[in-house]
Design a protein around this ligand. Structure first.
Ligand SMILES: C[S@@+](CC[C@H](N)C(=O)[O-])C[C@H]1O[C@@H](n2cnc3c(N)ncnc32)[C@H](O)[C@@H]1O
Length: 213
């Protein structure tokens, strides 16, 4: 298993950085003095990709992560557990309604920072984000690759990119497998794909990519 992620029985867990607090109603499990949060693969594409056997995730303790499309912080909170006290997760989302909930999650976690912004408008937040070890992007938009490339300025040399692609948000009329081929052609002009996994049965018509520039 990856550093900072634990498997007890069939389920994945992360060590709760904010003991006693749940983020999305997840189960808390105590083992000795430590408290772990159960990670739900139906609510988190990163968890689904790990259970589907993705071979690298690129995120490790003490990393700085730029998270694009953090929503109310479900997956971002597990990333916050993984990077731990010495890491940072910069959580960006465009929707004020979810950012309100995200702010409450960030208040309980010193390594998580909320940002209400459009990931297309990098100039508006470029002074707030440092160079990061990982960019995690889960934005269901037709121009996902363009958004990723714009934000690549925040990635350290050799950093990792984790990208969740929802076929139907790119084109509902085409078959998902053809959409993924097109997306991959575009990605491979700039990045090397380390691994990819379809996320069924946890998410329909989604592909999860781990890449490096
Ligand atoms: C599928 S949800 C993310 C779920 C989240 N990653 C998780 O696992 O907990 C996609 C999010 O992308 C956000 N989004 C869509 N377009 C965006 C943009 N241009 N900039 C920033 N966020 C955007 C939406 O508001 C939504 O919250």
């Amino acid at each position: 298993m990856f550093e900072g992620i634990y498997k007890f029985g069939k389920h994945l867990f992360t060590l709760n950085l904010s003991p006693g607090f749940r983020v999305y109603g997840e189960k808390l499990v105590k083992k000795g003095r430590k408290e772990y949060r159960q990670w739900n693969p139906y609510r988190s594409k990163l968890c689904a990709a790990i259970l589907k056997g993705i071979k690298e995730i690129g995120i490790k303790p003490s990393d700085k992560v730029l998270y694009l499309g953090a929503a109310s912080g479900t997956t971002a909170s597990h990333v916050s557990d993984i990077v731990g006290k010495n890491g940072y997760v910069f959580c960006l989302d465009i929707a004020p309604r979810v950012v309100r909930d995200l702010v409450m999650v960030c208040e309980k976690r010193e390594n998580m920072f909320p940002l209400l912004a459009d990931a297309n408008k990098v100039e508006e937040y470029e002074n707030l984000i440092p160079q990061c070890d990982v960019i995690y992007q889960d934005i269901a938009a037709p121009n996902q690759v363009e958004i990723l490339l714009k934000n690549s300025r925040f990635l350290k040399k050799g950093g990792y990119v984790l990208l969740a692609v929802k076929a139907r948000s790119i084109d509902v009329t085409k078959k998902p497998k053809d959409i993924f081929k097109e997306v991959e052609r575009e990605l491979e002009e700039h990045l090397s794909i380390i691994d990819r996994k379809r996320l069924e049965p946890f998410e329909k018509d989604h592909m999860f990519y781990v890449m490096r520039f």
